[in-house]
Design a protein. Sequence first.
Length: 575
Amino acid sequence: MVVHVVGPRPPSTGNVADRDASSRSPVTVRRDARADAVSKEPKPPGPLAIKLFRGLWLAGLISNVGSFMHGVGASWLLTSLSTSPAIVALLQTATSLPSFLLALPAGALADVFDRRRLLLVTQVAMALIAAGLAVATFADVVTPTWLLVFSVLLSIAGTINMPNWVALTPELVPRDQIPAASGLNAVSMNIAQAIGPAIGGIVIAAAGAGWVFALNAVSFAGVILVIQRWRRPERDTRLPPEHVVSAMRTGLRYVGNERNIQVVLVRIAVVMTFSSALAALMPVIARSRVDATAGQFGVLSGALGAGAVAAALVIPRLRLRFGPDLIVAAGTSLLAGALVFVGQITTVAPMALVLFVGGAGQLLAFTSIFSIAQAVLPAWVRGRGLAIAMLVVQGVTAGMAAVWGALANGSGIPSTMTIAGVGLLISSILVAPLRLRGRAELDLTPITWGEVHTALDLHDDQGPVLVAITWTVDPADVPEFTAAMTVVRRQRRRDGAITWGLYEDVDRPGHLTESFVVATWAEHERQHDRPIAADLAAQEGARRFLVADHTPQVQHHIGRHTSGARHTSGARHRR
């Protein structure tokens, strides 16, 4: 169904303006045709009733268990090869640094290339890398350096896989079941975190770390089989796919000009800066502080996952009563307390209890923050936006792991964990004014800024494109109009403009020209499909200063140095 939103200005009339400030064409709001019938149809079955989603969910659960087993095996093997906290902490850096460096390219790849083929490649690569580490371990040729190399390779493949996997869910389930499907994916991860480390510890104690790596390699088989049998429908797009580098720039430009996602990234960075101490130093804590066996180390690691599973069961009820800010505050407080106590405890059972509480707090904080990230990212940039969130997570983890390791070498485990816990509590209080509540209500309904008619037959890769829009306002209102246009500027930049400017005619006060440059004609066409319904308020905020009966006049200019343009007798319009 296509809805044309048409109405006069000003916004005080209760109507929504119909004109595109950059094209003079009606605003088109695109909605799912099924939405109108939802209330009239019986409630559909859950995501697990969908065969493909169910198969991937079960296969993903097994793979996640294998991955957590692998993590325990790698950590335990490295502590057997070296007792230096700094070297052991480098394992966290080895697994996080590739994610930091490759998260954004991975998000672009997920949007540009065929998702099914990319998933197959990454899953097979991870299986082969895990198998290679298993063979090397059985042959007793693994050194700390080789273990870190294998960890880096596995992290590279996993980083390329992750945004692709996350972006897959909307293709497998109806739109109204996406939240439930995302919740099931979180449950899968938490179950795996709860039982994977314990199973890994048992396998290590019974047969050695090599068998943990071998089982992880086998765990990828289910996902590979399901993806191989999936026949993904071909997608018919009216515009060519973006180039990877261009898609990366677009993602960065969006984040750099969208405050909602910036707030989310700051909150993520604060939690990760201090909680990374636990991930980096947990193997050393288990061995040096509580003298844990391999099986006990698995139980301690599983306690974090068990706490997360427990929190996952209660968080839906908490959301009904409390906003995300209170839930994040509660989660960070629990996690901060756990960090402090972990550094002081010297026996296994109390340590497991504290880790259980820490796992619950971590899930409460991160689930609430990441749910806001999904709520504020429009569909066209969601993969890249989430990839940038991953970049923040892994970048902070990789950098801080080395810091925590060095600090533990110099000051000891108790002092280091106390610094981490107190630092998390203080920093969370400092960023509390960056509130999350209200951002989840952002209206992400896509809107289209009408049609662009041209007298030139333009190719998609021609550019740059200069768009000039003339606004006529009362000279006395120019300062207020300029202030209102700052929000419009962020929207233009966010959706693809390379540069933006606002200029007043020195001979005609009140006559202003807004101009912005877009890289190519195809990118300008994409720019017309990227706004959301929430953007209309900023447009109306600027339009209310227009003098009576004035409509912004728009001109489009193509760079003359570009070859291939030719005059035609007919007008070319957006397809």
